[in-house]
Design a protein around this ligand. Structure first.
Ligand code: HSE
Length: 297
């Protein structure tokens, strides 16, 4: 057992990239840091404002992840105090819960010396999150394209991505369950084939770092965008403006309510500034992909 007195850093992530629904995740350069020390009772403290709704004891998602994973490996975790600082907007489509799960997996792996492989971490994370997209990117960094059927997981990892990112963040949060509730029970076979083809080309283009093609495919989703886009003020106008500004493409970030824009690497500040001038409802933030995933420091 490793004596606590360390930190874990975990990136945010964006999921789906359009038709890669529940499968594609991309780590973003916004980070959550968890300082871990020994304690007599489970204690979780959020340093920044904006985390008031989160639980501070054993019900906290990082803690339940630690306890759950320890149990699966027939071990007992030491009781810990977790102090959290985070740049990851909560409930805004940047995988904050997946980052919390990734943090929990890294902490329990470290304190109990479980020596989990990347595959085991991604499988545990996907089981706890229910889908693989955000959590695999939070754990591994870069982009991860996953197949997860509830039991088995397989994935392809692309570490270095040659792209810049702008995210448009509205003032309101949106719970993932609410956004998933907008999706239909069924799709026609024809629509599933078309969207699946878009997802296949999207994945191949990510692996090749061909962001012109990624951007094109990002905008061809039929799995979720048609059902969610009405939640986004000025969705069509923003997509058009992104095109006019030379962006590769624009899509919903995860389940929303934020938008994800892929741009040529190095142009993210300029595009963010121009979008901010046009769409004042949103906070327009330039970010880079994070090549690093969760890590102990
Ligand atoms: N793939 C998920 C969704 C991401 O779009 O609902 C959010 O957890």
């Amino acid at each position: 057992m490793n004596v606590p007195g360390f930190s874990v850093v975990v990136p945010a992530s964006t999921a789906n990239l359009g038709p890669g629904f529940d499968s594609v995740g991309l780590a973003l350069g916004l980070y959550m840091t968890v300082e871990v020390t020994a304690s007599k009772v489970w204690e979780v403290r959020y340093v920044d404002d904006g985390f008031d709704g989160l639980t501070n004891g054993e019900e906290n998602l990082i803690v339940t992840t630690i306890l759950n994973v320890a149990k699966q490996y027939a071990e007992t975790s030491p009781i810990l105090k977790l102090v959290i600082t985070s740049d990851i907007p909560l409930g805004k489509g940047f995988g904050s819960s997946a980052s919390a799960i990734a943090a929990g997996i890294e902490i329990v792996n470290h304190v109990l010396t479980l020596n989990l492989s990347d595959h085991e971490k991604v499988k545990l994370g996907s089981q706890l999150e229910g889908h693989a997209d955000n959590v695999s990117a939070a754990l591994l960094g870069g982009a991860v394209i996953s197949y997860y059927d509830g039991e088995n997981i397989d994935f392809t990892h692309v570490k270095d991505l040659n792209v810049g990112v702008v995210v448009l963040v509205p003032p309101n949060a949106l719970p993932t369950e609410e956004s998933r509730g907008l999706l239909p029970e069924q799709l026609s076979h024809k629509e599933a084939i078309r969207s699946s083809a878009a997802g296949c080309v999207l994945a191949a283009a990510i692996v090749q770092n061909d962001w012109v093609m990624v951007g094109k495919m990002m905008e061809k989703d039929g799995f979720h965008e048609p059902y969610r886009k009405r939640l986004f003020p000025e969705f069509d106008a923003i997509r058009l403006a992104c095109k006019e500004l030379g962006a590769y493409g624009m899509t919903i970030s995860g389940a929303g309510p934020s938008l994800f824009v892929a741009v040529e690497a190095g142009l993210e500040d300029e595009v963010a500034e121009k979008l901010a001038a046009l769409f004042s409802y949103y906070d327009c933030i330039a970010v880079q992909p994070s090549a690093t995933g969760s890590m102990i420091k």
